[in-house]
Design a protein around this ligand. Structure first.
Ligand SMILES: Cc1ncc(COP(=O)(O)O)c(C=O)c1O
Length: 347
């Protein structure tokens, strides 16, 4: 498939004399909005075509590229709800801080959905808890999948929202690689954000926020408020590349086989491998890092290894052989020490 933004950057790069920003004067093909490079605020050419392709691929009515991370998408979705008159948003109590920050900034009241914690991992909320919170809220936001690779009850949440006539938002910061699958957030939500820089090959901060028809124009207004007016073209080009990146079934299957073969915690998402090390977590992390192997995080119970369609089976094999040589400890029930922060701001 054509890469509109990268092709434009390539075609225009030779002999370019820059009397425009950025101040590095055209290093690395990093340009600003010029006559030929379109405009993220009001796209008419290459960005418009890239966003249209993305919407088709992601099953959205409209998709908007972001160079400010999923955070800008979360703010935009919540703003769209607020602008439509929403006052209360039901969210799981361990949602990402961007959710609480957006609610604080917009004066949106948080209706917390309780989550149980097991081995320090906040579990996805039960359907009954989602239903109870939604009764007291004007909209619902769930995270799918979460950082540990678990899904909330998406189909039930969609149905609850449909019956109540309330919008369903999804934080898919960790789920963009699932757009090939039935579990993808876009199959359920009215608005959702894809963190394409996390699980697809986009540069850091690349993200996409999308909407189905009823919410598309409100979301378009919202992204204008929260996006930078100086978008990075390398990031924009990488977002288009990431959304168009093909599925890698071989690595998906290799990951699931790896989990079965190396005593990993079962989860729902091939891209997140959780290895229980308990009190041995930090020494296991140090031993891996001595061999130049870096996990995504160590939460004091589990080391998490984050894959993407670009991950290599050979590297998984190296990881497996090192993991098998490391002692495992007991996984504790308590909240993890020194692991990922658990946020309860605004509650
Ligand atoms: C669940 C979740 N939502 C949203 C975000 C924000 O994403 P970004 O860092 O791309 O702004 C993150 C970041 O880690 C996250 O984990």
């Amino acid at each position: 498939m054509k890469l509109h933004i990268a092709d434009m950057l390539r075609a225009q790069s030779a002999g370019h004399i820059s009397f425009h920003t950025p101040g590095h004067k055209h290093a690395g093909g990093d340009i600003t909005e010029l006559s030929y490079s379109d405009n993220l605020y009001s796209p008419q050419s290459v960005i418009k075509r890239a966003e249209e392709d993305a919407a088709k691929i992601l099953g959205a009515h409209r998709s908007f590229f972001l160079t400010d991370g999923s955070t800008a998408g979360v703010f935009s979705m919540i703003f769209a709800v607020k602008a439509a008159g929403g006052e209360r948003l039901a969210v799981p109590e361990f949602s990402h801080p961007s959710v609480f920050h957006a609610c604080t900034a917009m004066g949106m009241q948080v209706v917390p959905i309780p989550q149980r914690v097991r081995w320090g991992i906040p579990l996805q909320p039960e359907e009954e808890e989602v239903a109870k919170a939604l009764e007291r809220a004007d909209a619902l936001l769930l995270t799918s999948p979460d950082y540990y690779g678990y899904f909330p009850p998406m189909a039930a949440a969609k149905e609850l929202c449909r019956k109540a006539g309330k919008p369903f938002l999804c934080d898919g910061a960790h789920g963009s690689h699932l757009h090939f699958c039935e579990s993808y957030a876009g199959k359920f939500a009215d608005m959702w954000v894809d963190g394409v820089h996390k699980s697809l090959p986009a540069m850091t901060q690349g993200a996409v926020v999308s909407a189905q028809e009823a919410w598309a124009s409100r979301l378009e207004e919202a992204v204008r408020i929260f996006r930078t007016t100086s978008p990075s073209y390398p990031i924009l080009a990488s977002v288009e590349y990431a959304v168009k990146y093909p599925r890698n079934l071989a690595i998906e299957e290799a990951s699931e086989a790896f989990k079965r073969g190396h005593g990993c915690l079962a989860n729902d998402d091939w891209s997140k491998i959780l290895v229980p090390f308990g009190e041995q977590s930090s020494s296991a992390q140090a031993a891996l890092e001595e061999r130049n192997i870096y996990p995504e995080f160590n939460d004091g119970n589990f080391l998490m290894f984050y894959l993407s369609p670009c991950s290599k089976e050979e590297e998984l094999a190296i990881l497996g052989s090192v993991l098998d040589s490391l002692p495992r400890g007991e996984v504790g029930e308590d909240a993890p020490q020194g692991g990922i922060p658990i946020y309860r701001e605004g509650l």
